[in-house]
Design a protein around this ligand. Structure first.
Ligand code: HEC
Ligand code: HEC
Ligand code: HEC
Ligand code: HEC
Ligand code: HEC
Ligand code: HEC
Length: 438
């Protein structure tokens, strides 16, 4: 069965080569005749490309036929293959995936669909990617630009959409950037709920699971961080449109997208942590000593300077922290941890870090839910705004602060107490960027 497939692959490669050759011929015909002798000039980008393609085609094909067995198939489907053979371009996702929740899920489970057709589509696409890897002309950072596989289809291979999740109790532990690294936590009851009436009341955050309700939107930027128009279709087919005041355009002139899992769970398998969050986690876990004056502020500052390469960054991080803490007993473990955070979340070679890959599951560091739930999206008569636009509609603040305060639970929910005052403005991301506080 496999030899069959390699034969098909060979055929496809031959066809690919033939098409390329024809194209080249047509182009060459337009060029003056005297240039038509076969000349390989490595100083020309075009020739380097052709040579690289040829070398790759040949080596790749020999490799595949020689090892044209189940082992090759297995290997090209492994996380090792995706993450390591293609080291530089895939490094951010490979490294991030090591410490994201479903770390045991292989890359191909989400990025390659089931069945032979999907396998070939991806592997042929892979030949193109290898070619770009050899020529080192891939995009930095990388984004998925083709029409992605529908999330519903990918995620629902493992996650059951009818599941009623109900209420999750989550504590978000932070430290301020002051001398004492003052702890500050928020304990929330998140109303995740569910989207299927046969398994629980339809409502809460997973109301958007798109089982009985359909939410569509348009975005005015490539990463859908600005959403000026939203349309809801309910179970009876009734539609409601919401738009922001400053959007006067015609939505049908834009690409209308259907909301799915990825509009909230941006990168479920390889989350790049913002430095502020990564340092909070390290302090909470005891890997950074909370007694070191200004440890939070200094580590975040050291991580977020504009570096152009990893060696340069690691060196500069060590130098700045050693200057701040002359005692080596304090400095050494701090530097080791800061460097580990850098390696796991910053990829200067790929121009990739938290700033290039937003996470929209909340609203603190990116607008996330507030792209729609900000009280500014209204129906055309101006009478109705999108529901769930006050601080207690998605979650209840059960407790907040530190020490004794965290034990005083309030079943009705507290008003959010922001460091030193009550606060309910819908623009957390204006100040909170995931990096040093503005
Ligand atoms: C649980 C599903 C899942 C797994 C497992 C997974 N990915 Fe992804 N990946 C995604 C989703 C979802 C996106 C974002 C798609 C979008 O924004 O359109 C993505 C995006 C990417 C991108 C584009 C850059 C980016 O971060 O948006 C790359 C490259 C990538 N993944 C590589 C990998 C590699 C390598 C592995 C294995 C180490 C892997 N992925 C494992 C779901 C997954
Ligand atoms: C091949 C199976 C598989 C696929 C496909 C998959 N997941 Fe998962 N997912 C898992 C596993 C396994 C876990 C970890 C469960 C656990 O540890 O309890 C998980 C956990 C999660 C979590 C919880 C993470 C946390 O931090 O607690 C979310 C959210 C999630 N997945 C979303 C998605 C989304 C969105 C997609 C589609 C892009 C997706 N998953 C595709 C297997 C999968
Ligand atoms: C409107 C935004 C939104 C959409 C759409 C959405 N989720 Fe979630 N989901 C959340 C939030 C918020 C949580 C709470 C946990 C958190 O903050 O990570 C959550 C939690 C989860 C969890 C973890 C439950 C646990 O027990 O820890 C899974 C798994 C999950 N979602 C899967 C999915 C899948 C699969 C889809 C698509 C069918 C989806 N979600 C669509 C916002 C969303
Ligand atoms: C693309 C726009 C959009 C985004 C992004 C979005 N929502 Fe919604 N959400 C809606 C719309 C539209 C409704 C329906 C409200 C209505 O018709 O008044 C809704 C309804 C809700 C409801 C009420 C469900 C019910 O019980 O009726 C909750 C809770 C909610 N969203 C939470 C979230 C959370 C949490 C996030 C971020 C993780 C989020 N939403 C992101 C558009 C969005
Ligand atoms: C549309 C739903 C929604 C609304 C409205 C909403 N939140 Fe949230 N909020 C969330 C979700 C979802 C999370 C969890 C994000 C995560 O798990 O990363 C969250 C997290 C938080 C956190 C913890 C963040 C952290 O990292 O420490 C605070 C504090 C918070 N919200 C305060 C507020 C305040 C104040 C308001 C009113 C201005 C508000 N929220 C309105 C959905 C909402
Ligand atoms: C006007 C600017 C501003 C706005 C708007 C703002 N914050 Fe803050 N926030 C700050 C500053 C400054 C700190 C102190 C940071 C420090 O010391 O590291 C802080 C600290 C916090 C902390 C604890 C420390 C940390 O790094 O997480 C949380 C949690 C928090 N804010 C949540 C929110 C939420 C949720 C919103 C939106 C509802 C919000 N903030 C809006 C400026 C702002």
């Amino acid at each position: 069965m496999w030899s069959h497939r390699f034969f098909l692959l060979g055929l496809a490669l031959t066809l690919f080569g033939a098409i390329l050759h024809k194209r080249e011929e047509r182009r060459a015909a337009k060029v003056e005749q005297k240039h038509r002798i076969l000349q390989i000039d490595l100083s020309r980008k075009r020739d380097r490309r052709i040579l690289a393609l040829f070398a790759f085609g040949a080596v790749g094909f020999l490799f595949l036929t020689a090892l044209g067995s189940y082992e090759t198939y297995q290997y090209t489907e492994s996380v090792d293959f995706c993450g390591k053979r293609c080291h530089v371009p895939m490094e951010p996702q490979f490294v991030a995936a090591q410490r994201t929740a479903p770390a045991q899920v292989a890359c191909v489970e989400c990025h390659v669909g089931p069945g032979a057709a999907a396998y070939f589509k991806t592997k042929l696409n892979g030949v193109k990617q290898l070619y770009h890897t050899v020529l080192v002309d891939f995009d930095r950072p990388i984004y998925i630009t083709d029409e992605r596989r529908p999330a519903q289809e990918v995620c629902l291979e493992c996650h059951w959409p009818k599941r009623y999740i109900g209420i999750l109790d989550r504590t978000y532990q932070h430290y301020l950037s002051d001398e004492a690294n003052t702890p500050f936590a928020v304990r929330l009851l998140l109303d995740v709920g569910g989207g299927d009436p046969s398994h629980g009341p339809v409502g809460g955050i997973h109301w958007h699971m798109s089982i009985v309700n359909k939410v569509e939107y348009i975005a005015t930027d490539a990463h859908a961080e600005t959403i000026p128009w939203v349309r809801v279709t309910d179970a009876q087919g009734q539609t409601t449109e919401y738009r922001t005041d400053d959007f006067k355009g015609d939505p049908s002139q834009h690409h209308i997208r259907r909301m799915d899992c990825l509009d909230c769970h941006s990168r479920p398998a390889h989350h790049v942590m913002p430095p502020n969050e990564a340092v909070d986690v390290a302090i909470a876990a005891g890997r950074i000593d909370a007694n070191l004056p200004f440890a939070k502020a200094k580590v975040v500052a050291a991580l977020t300077q504009p570096y152009t390469s990893k060696p340069e960054a690691l060196q500069a991080i060590a130098t700045s922290l050693r200057a701040a803490y002359p005692d080596a007993v304090q400095a050494d473990p701090l530097i080791a941890e800061a460097e580990a955070i850098y390696r796991q979340n910053f990829f200067p070679e790929m121009k990739t870090d938290w700033r290039t890959h937003p996470n929209n599951v909340g609203h603190k560091d990116w607008n996330g839910c507030f792209r729609c739930h900000d009280g500014n999206h209204k129906t055309s008569d101006g009478k109705k705004t999108i529901t769930a636009s006050d601080c207690n509609s998605c979650h209840l603040i059960l407790a907040q602060g530190t020490g004794e305060h965290l034990k005083k639970l309030n079943a009705d929910g507290y008003a959010f107490f922001h460091i030193d005052s009550e606060f309910s403005d819908f623009s957390c991301a204006m100040c909170h960027t995931g990096g040093p506080q503005k």
